[in-house]
Design a protein. Structure first.
Length: 572
């Protein structure tokens, strides 16, 4: 551990250039040179593997063509199965022998002949009918009893076929058996037998693709096709034939058809391109050296710019926040330098901003202390006047001053928001103050059904509405003024109703006002600047409680006057 720690310490103290040289030698150059000794065998095997894979792919393509031919043979059954005239013929639509012969010559013979002409490898097609009343018409139509393998083929399912071969016979023939059904597949009609020449089938393949093709049935019966003819061969003879190909690589591809295996074999002559591989190794070594040289040149340009950044950071340690000049290329290092300059400018800006904010903070503290003195002086002065009024037994003035003091304290309080309880108290003090002024000519009532009076709300949302009702509703009324303030909770939130017994306004103007509430044009609608307060309250309610909240007007139904409704939705 001590040696490792020393090596790590010394490596950490090296310059980036030395670290680069050591890293390149130990992690790039030496491993590459060391692996080049094994490169010859690896490349050789890789080349041969790739070549064999390509050859196998060629063999598979060849077998693909063979498989297509086999599929085409099997589809002959589909052609007959889809030919309803032929199905009707097998099912017994023609009762007499004469009718059957006539129908055979007219409609049936042609499909057999066409299928044979379009498939060169098919030697014969036979159909063995389950209908005992159907006469035998050679060479295509037979009775099921004439098929020796009929009982063995009974287990075939719908759309299923089976291949049979006798590799021991001289004919070297393969046969495909499948069932025929009525058009709705409800009844078996018979069995189709398709005889195929193995030699013709294999000759459809390109001879240049393979050396020979082996067909086996899994019971040690094997035949071999060399491209020209078919001959039987035993397993030991096949192994001996493969072992004699010492200078060749054996490539094989297998196709399974039923219980039979078709194996296509290709012999690839072995070669060993030593000269080409050695030249490749020398080229790679030279390329590594050249790349190392150019990489070193590029690396030195990076190191030079990094050292500039390092020296500039050292200058900044002395609180000298100056930007880097001549950044150069806008690569990663260039962007780092540019970001550093932006950071420097931002720090200088923040220093100036913090300095200015500190000055403003001190000024605000001074003005705040000064502002605390003025309201305090005003409250004390009002209290002195109120006491003088009580000493002179002018209790009406004393009560008015008391209400005014509460109103001023609430109004001059620094916070912008309050709770609904305080807003109602503020409205009550305003109504009390107006009652003291108007005596018996003015009355008011407050009906508060709130269960929770601590609901947050903006300040001054009820008093301006009451003032609006007094100023506009009673403008042309003489005596008998009355304002009722009702507060109730509903499912959506809170409804506050300010109702007066004044003149009221027309329905048309109410619709216009309700339409323009929130647009800032209410003053134009009512031709007075005082109604701007109505719009102001409406805007602040919407901003605080959201869309759906606000103010709307309606005429009283049971008496004269107007009701202004304040709707405060629950805040989610």
């Amino acid at each position: 551990m001590g040696i490792v720690k020393k090596i790590k310490t010394r490596y950490g103290a090296m310059s980036l250039l030395k670290k680069y040289m050591i890293t390149f030698v130990f992690l790039v150059f030496l491993p590459t040179v060391g692996l080049s000794g094994n490169f010859l065998v690896t490349v050789n095997n890789s080349l041969y593997t790739e070549y064999i894979n390509k050859q196998n792919a060629i063999l598979e393509d060849g077998f693909y063509n063979l498989n297509v031919n086999i599929d085409n043979i099997q589809r002959i059954n589909e052609t007959f199965q889809l030919y309803n005239t032929f199905l009707n013929y097998l099912e017994g639509y023609h009762i007499t022998a004469a009718d059957q012969v006539y129908a055979y010559n007219k409609d049936i013979y042609g499909i057999f002949n066409t299928s044979l002409l379009t498939n060169d490898v098919v030697e014969h097609i036979s159909v063995y009918s389950n209908n005992d009343n159907l006469i035998t018409i050679e060479p295509f139509i037979y009775n099921a009893d004439e098929l020796s393998a009929y009982n063995e083929l009974k287990s075939l399912k719908v759309m299923e076929g089976i291949w049979k071969m006798d590799l021991r016979s001289a004919g070297r023939q393969m046969t495909y058996y499948s069932k025929l059904y009525t058009s709705n597949y409800s009844q078996e009609l018979g069995i189709m037998k398709i005889d195929v020449s193995i030699e013709k089938l294999l000759k459809t393949l390109n001879k240049e693709l393979y050396s020979y093709i082996i067909i086996s049935d899994g019971e040690e019966n094997t035949i071999i096709f060399d491209g020209d003819s078919i001959s039987p061969i035993k397993g030991k003879a096949l192994e001996q034939m493969d072992s004699q190909q010492e200078d060749y690589i054996l490539s094989k591809s297998t196709l399974v058809v039923g219980d039979y295996h078709f194996e296509m074999v290709s012999h690839i002559k072995k070669t060993y391109p030593k000269t080409e591989l050695i030249e490749a190794i020398v080229f790679i070594a030279m390329l590594l050296i050249v790349l190392a040289f150019f990489y070193l040149i590029i690396y030195r340009t990076f190191i030079k710019r990094i050292n500039r950044l390092k020296r500039h950071l050292t200058v900044i340690e002395n609180d000298n926040l100056i930007p880097i000049q001549n950044i150069g290329d806008m690569d990663e290092i260039g962007y780092t330098m540019m970001s550093f300059n932006q950071m420097t400018e931002r720090i200088n800006g923040l220093i100036n901003e913090v300095y200015k904010k500190e000055i403003k903070r001190k000024e605000s503290m001074y003005y705040a202390l000064e502002a605390q003195i003025k309201p305090h002086f005003l409250y004390n002065t009002l209290e002195c006047i109120r006491m003088m009024a009580e000493e002179n037994c002018d209790f009406n003035v004393a009560d008015s001053l008391y209400s005014l003091g509460h109103i001023l304290r609430y109004t001059l309080r620094g916070d912008e928001d309050t709770i609904l309880k305080d807003e109602l108290v503020y409205a009550s003090e305003y109504l009390s103050l107006y009652k003291n002024r108007m005596k018996n000519e003015f009355n008011y009532s407050i009906n508060n059904n709130l269960k929770d009076s601590t609901i947050p709300c903006p300040k001054h949302i009820i008093q301006p509405i009451i003032e609006n009702s007094i100023m506009h509703g009673f403008k042309n009324k003489v005596g008998g003024y009355h304002i009722s303030l009702a507060v109730e909770e509903v499912d959506e939130g809170v409804l506050i109703r300010v109702k007066d017994n004044g003149e009221g306004i027309s329905v048309e103007k109410i619709n216009v006002i309700n339409e323009h509430l929130g647009s800032g044009n209410i003053g134009d609608v009512l031709k007075t600047s005082n109604s701007i307060g109505l719009d102001n309250v409406n805007d602040r309610i919407k901003m605080f409680f959201g869309d759906g909240s606000g103010i709307y007007l309606k005429n009283n139904t049971e008496s004269s006057g107007l009701t202004i409704v304040i709707k405060l939705l629950n805040k989610i």
